[in-house]
Design a protein around this ligand. Structure first.
Ligand SMILES: [Cu+2]
Length: 313
């Protein structure tokens, strides 16, 4: 849990009491508790926030599953360049992959601008099902960020808009030099993510509010061109874990396509090695799984089912 000062507490109460359908850019936002609302294929969020530890509350008020990854853009690059030079390349690459033209797809990805490799993936709220609000705390350095969701609907990335005059599900966020006074949260459960050992969990998630520290021991580019991350899925008796594992890979025809096969409660989007972010969730008794949005997570130790009992521990 974050170590709130009384001032923070008042602001959080004010936030909690605000109607959930109000715009996220209204005065309910505090400098370090930032509301992002997904509505349709758009993000509502403030234009600028302080740097330092920041808690994002991500309310998905749309009918589709979304996430909200934060990407620090290279100097001089804006949402315009990203939308003109990156989003169409991924959409074309996906089209070619879907047509079985793997070599052509790789050639298409080869046309990504050089600066694409300098984007710093900086974590953020993970997969969040319609009607859910998830909470993720990250430490941000100053800069120009993109909030992005690249879930697919009918084979089209949310972050890509076929209308060249319009943007997809992306939003620019300026992180200023002013530093927030939010303290680093303290964790009830610790997860270490690594390419070598997958998802390793220390501590048992129990009923009630849990704050999971997610430490990125390393980071690699997986077969689907993204780094590993952590999402929380609620399982049912009929959940097909193999199907869920396949769904996590956007490069598969129905992969990462809304609707998801299970409900997702949020998580921690990918970030560079050596960093930690925090995912806060209130758990009820039931079956869950930690899972990464990568190709074949089940073969990489990145699909970990677990049970939360009635009485906790
Ligand atoms: Cu989306």
């Amino acid at each position: 849990m974050p170590r709130w000062t009384p001032g923070h507490l008042l602001l959080v109460i004010a936030t909690a009491c605000a109607p959930s359908d109000r715009g996220a850019a209204s005065t309910e936002d505090t400098p370090n508790v930032v509301n992002i609302v997904a509505r349709g294929l758009t993000f509502e969020a403030p234009d600028s926030i302080p740097s330092g530890w920041t808690t994002f509350r991500f309310a998905n008020e749309s009918e589709m599953i979304h996430f909200a990854i934060l990407e620090r853009l290279p100097e001089g690059i804006t949402i315009k360049e990203q939308q003109e030079a990156v989003a169409p390349v991924f959409q074309e690459g996906l089209r070619l992959l879907s047509a079985g033209q793997v070599d052509a797809a790789l050639s298409a990805f080869g046309t990504l601008p050089e600066w694409f490799g300098n984007i710093v993936f900086s974590g953020g709220p993970g997969l969040t099902s319609p009607g859910y609000t998830s909470q993720t705390t990250v430490r941000l350095t100053p800069g120009r960020y993109l909030i992005e969701c690249y879930v697919k609907t009918a084979g089209v990335f949310h972050s890509y808009n076929p209308d060249p005059a319009a943007y997809g599900m992306v939003r620019e966020l300026i992180v200023t030099d002013m530093v927030s006074d939010l303290a680093e949260p303290s964790a009830t459960v610790r997860v270490t993510l690594s390419a070598a050992r997958g998802i390793e969990v220390a501590g048992d998630p129990v009923v009630g509010q849990q704050t999971i520290a997610v430490y990125f021991e390393d980071q690699i580019v997986h077969e689907n061109f993204v780094g590993h991350d952590l999402h929380l899925a609620r399982l049912t008796d009929s959940t097909d874990l193999d199907g869920l594992a396949k769904w996590m890979d956007w490069s598969q025809p129905n992969g990462l396509q809304t609707p998801a096969p299970v409900e997702f409660l949020g998580g921690a989007d990918d970030m560079a090695a050596g960093n930690t972010e925090y995912f806060t969730v209130t758990l009820e008794p039931g079956r869950y799984a930690w899972i990464s949005e990568v190709t074949n997570p089940d073969q990489k130790g990145m699909l970990k089912p677990f049970t939360v009992g009635m009485g906790g521990n």
